[in-house]
Ligand binder design. Structure first.
Ligand code: UT7
Length: 369
């Protein structure tokens, strides 16, 4: 996980805008959230999460075949955040791309990673959900700014034999609802201008009630359908790891599915809605707390902008988290990250020198590109 250290409580927000701890807690279940400082970005959180996943799995970044970063808040519109992660961890043999499916993004990315492994294309896939929605909300809009937090979570998928792994997947979308949760400007439809900035059109807009209705219907449906695809009744699911948007949405899903709410992993009280990061952060925390046992069936389920929804049913394997990682492996990985930094800088310097030499030589030789 990559979590900013800065904690912003409901009371902190109530000092700035017309809201209260009581309103936020009772309507959402959120008590506090983590917010990035000026030096942190989506990529920096994603890199922390990626390094932690590699450490836990005791894996060599050079063996990673594919990196997928699910995010709605990339560091730059172009290039991808996945490439920044690839460079920082020294994954020199990996393909890398960002995936945009709003808050469903991590589960979408997990499904893509799984399919890449199932097709034989990849052996080791790093799947990350990372977002810094604090950079995209209007901090004067109490209907949205109290809901979101920043963070990143990562998992490493590996090709294995045996029953552990992903047994069922479901992806869905309904673009007719795209304007229920969106950022109006900054894309090709409405490029950035002084006017779009003045109108706060680069901030997230949401029709909360409509999204709420969509979410309560979709979450339970997606769980039922993915369980059906995997050939399992819902009451045989040991844990649900839902997108952490609102405790009431989670409670409604549990009620519809007729399962006890305690089977749902919830941490939104501490982090708020971290968008594409919410499912992997909840998954990683629950795994670290030892909540999952080998053989347990777990459903990951997300919904969000697009509109999109996604679910994956997996069976938990013998966990590697408990196995101590030899110190020299950790040291080796740290050395690799240092080497990756040097490699990246030297490649940039080489390119600058080559360009400088080219500019110098062209007038002398009369050569052109
Ligand atoms: O990742 C997916 C993204 N989003 C979601 O999943 C969000 C889904 N929607 C929700 O979770 C809920 O709709 C919200 C939490 C956003 C809002 O809860 P609600 O119970 O639907 O409230 P509401 O929008 O119907 O607003 C009720 C009242 C309004 O006042 P009036 O018109 O009744 O006088 C709002 O102006 O609460 C007011 N209000 C607030 N009051 C204090 C809205 N935001 C706040 C606030 N503090 N932060």
């Amino acid at each position: 996980m990559g979590l900013p250290t800065q904690v912003v409580t409901n009371a902190d927000l109530a000092e700035r805008i017309d809201t209260s701890d009581e309103w936020i807690r009772s309507r959402t279940g959120i008590a506090e959230r983590r917010i990035v400082d000026a030096r942190e970005t989506t990529a920096s959180l994603a890199i922390t999460a990626a390094r932690q996943a590699l450490q836990r799995a005791d894996a060599d970044p050079r063996q990673v075949d594919l990196i997928i970063v699910a995010t709605a808040t990339p560091d730059y519109p172009l290039a991808s955040t996945a490439c920044l992660v690839q460079d920082a961890i020294g994954a020199v043999n990996a393909g890398a791309f960002d995936l945009g499916a709003g808050c469903s993004g991590f589960v979408y990315a997990l499904v893509m990673g799984h399919r890449s492994i199932a097709s034989g294309e990849s052996e080791l896939v790093l799947v990350i959900g990372a977002d810094t929605l604090s950079r995209m909300v209007d901090w004067d809009d109490r209907a949205t700014c109290v809901l979101f937090g920043d963070g990143a979570g990562a998992v490493l998928l590996r090709a294995t034999e045996g029953s552990a792994g992903i047994h069922g997947t479901l992806l869905g979308s309904d673009g007719s609802g795209s304007q229920m949760l969106y950022v109006p400007a900054g894309g090709s439809a409405r490029p950035a201008s002084a006017e779009t900035v003045a109108n706060k059109e680069h901030a997230l807009r949401m029709d909360g009630r409509q999204v709420y209705r969509f979410a309560t219907q979709t979450m339970a449906d997606a769980c039922e359908r993915v369980a059906e695809r995997a050939g399992l009744p819902v009451d045989e699911i040991h844990h649900f790891v839902p997108h952490q948007a609102n405790q009431r949405i989670i409670a409604q899903a549990a009620k519809r599915l007729q399962v006890d709410e305690s089977r749902f992993v919830c941490n939104l009280e501490r982090y708020g809605n971290t968008s594409a990061a919410s499912v992997p952060i909840a998954l990683c925390e629950a795994a670290e707390e030892g909540r999952f046992r080998p053989g347990d069936h777990i459903i990951l389920v997300g919904f969000g902008a697009g509109l999109t929804w996604a679910a994956a049913l997996l069976q938990w394997g013998e966990t590697e988290l408990a196995r101590p990682v030899p110190w020299w492996h950790s040291l080796g990985r740290k050395a690799l990250y240092g080497w990756a930094r040097v490699r990246s800088r030297s490649r940039r310097t080489r390119r600058s020198i080559a360009q400088w030499l080219w500019r110098l030589l062209v007038p002398l030789t009369g050569l052109r590109d």
